[in-house]
Design a binder for this molecule. Structure first.
Ligand code: ARG
Length: 460
């Protein structure tokens, strides 16, 4: 017998039962569902909507159901459709018909909304914690290699040298914004929908604020129709997760490149790589590749839900049941990805000698040589032309700017003097850029101090 079987004369078609059931996936919300029911029933008793003694029997029954769940003894059945009716069925089996009073003044529509709010509140807190840890690890790494200069790229062509720390701190900036986004979204997850009934509220004298307080919510939804049909908080989560995955994916792409023989800038720890079944020499950056690859499914989860919601009339529609699997998938993709990524950064070794060689063997100091001529009075456009020709001359004879003689320089412009070689020195090139936000050591130290201060403030 179904919990809603009263108005039906026939059993449900078996395929319909399978097709409409959400229990295969929403059982993940069983703990939240029981917590919500406990708060609800306590309120029903306190407000005199059901006898206090019944409320206590039901609460005790729910605690038993909770214990069964924790011991892995709670069995879920498709016949009971979803997590709410499965929990209620177990309750009634345990304590008898009085369990049927639990659903007074409540609907599965506000109930599922409540469960998801409870779930995401916990998950977002955990994800924010993981992000703080990542920022910390990145900042440590930046400090560890503060003296290392790498080629900076535009168009993936060597552009100007930068401190590796500067490059890493660029990602710190992204992850800090991710933290801000998740933290800000928390305000909109932290709203309690229960007490909205199916859509219009309830005839019973419930106390929603009491339930909200009991469950640790900052406020309650002000409109019952909004409460049961709002999925913005999930969309926002998926959107924040998509942006975060995109950041991780960009970094992963760089790790894949940097760990290749062609770059050889870094060595990924063996614990974060795998081998090939046929090629004995291979060490593949699978974790980085998979994080990059899994970004696609998180985007898919976002687009999926956006599409489900588009065109839905108020209030609850069964379509909304499609909100859960993508949300779970994103949580289950994001968390291990973040943990692995953090471990990968923590154990990353920079191949100093290779990076140094790379930085020397290019023309990324050409801008500085042009700036040198500008300081001697030449208009920048002419300086650009002079240096461009010198670069060409170098390429033709297979050398770099530092290899030309003073005589060769003076043949190109009489403004050149012996101090030009200082301008070419890579460390000087980097440290000449101490403009606010620039890559010079002084500027990077300011950035590091700011992140440290920010991290410290979070801990208080
Ligand atoms: N399983 C449903 C969901 O996930 C719960 C709400 C069901 N409400 C209803 N009127 N059928 O959305």
């Amino acid at each position: 017998m179904k919990l809603w079987g009263g108005r039906f004369t026939k059993p449900t078609n078996e395929l319909v039962e399978l097709y409409t059931a959400s229990i295969p996936f929403d059982q993940k919300l069983a703990a939240q569902d029981i917590r919500g029911s406990l708060a609800h029933v306590k309120m029903l008793g306190a407000c005199g909507i059901i006898p206090q003694a019944d409320a206590e029997t039901i609460a005790a029954g729910l605690v038993q159901v909770q214990a069964k769940l924790e011991q892995g003894e709670l069995h879920f059945s498709v016949a009971h459709e979803d997590v709410h009716m499965n929990v209620e069925k177990h309750l009634i089996d345990l304590i008898g018909p009085v369990g049927g009073k639990l659903h007074t003044g409540r609907s599965r529509n506000d109930q599922i909304a409540l469960d998801m709010h409870l779930y995401l509140k916990e998950e977002v807190e955990e994800i924010v914690g993981l992000l703080y840890r990542l920022v910390e690890v990145l900042t440590d790494k930046a400090e560890e290699y503060l003296d290392v200069i790498i080629p900076g790229y535009t168009h993936l062509q060597r552009a100007q040298p930068v401190l590796l720390a500067h490059h890493l701190l660029a990602y710190v900036g992204m992850f800090r914004r991710d933290i801000e986004r998740f933290e800000d979204s928390y305000k909109r997850i932290d709203i309690m929908p229960l007490g909205s009934g199916a859509l219009a509220g309830t005839t019973f004298p419930i106390n929603r604020d009491r339930v909200a307080e009991e469950l640790g919510f900052a406020r309650v939804y002000e409109n019952s129709m909004d409460a049961v049909s709002d999925r913005d908080f999930i969309l926002e989560f998926l959107s924040n997760a998509s942006i975060l995955m995109m950041h991780l994916s960009r970094f992963c792409e760089e790790l894949v490149l940097w760990s290749s023989t062609e770059f050889s800038f870094v060595e990924l720890d063996d614990a974060y790589c795998t081998g090939s079944s046929i090629m004995p020499q291979k060490k593949n950056p699978d974790v980085a590749e998979l994080i990059r690859g899994k970004t696609g499914r998180v985007y898919g989860d976002l687009i999926g839900l956006l599409t489900v919601l588009k065109g839905l009339p108020l209030a609850y529609n069964k379509d909304l049941q499609e909100d859960k699997e993508g949300m779970f998938d994103t949580v289950d993709t994001l968390k291990p990805g973040l943990m692995l990524f953090t471990g990968m950064i923590e154990t990353l070794q920079v191949r100093r000698a290779n990076v140094e060689r790379a930085v020397k063997a290019d023309f990324s100091n050409a801008t500085d040589l042009a700036d040198y001529l500008v300081r001697k009075g030449l208009p920048f456009r002419n300086a650009h032309e002079v240096i461009g020709k010198l670069v060409l001359q170098c390429i033709e004879s297979g050398v770099y700017l530092a290899d030309l003689t003073l005589e060769q320089y003076q043949a190109a412009s009489e403004l050149f003097e012996a101090d030009l070689f200082e301008a070419l020195d890579i460390r000087n090139v980097v440290n000449a850029r101490n403009s606010k936000g620039g890559t010079g050591t002084e500027s990077v130290n300011v950035q590091l101090a700011n992140v440290r201060e920010w991290l410290q403030a979070q801990k208080q």
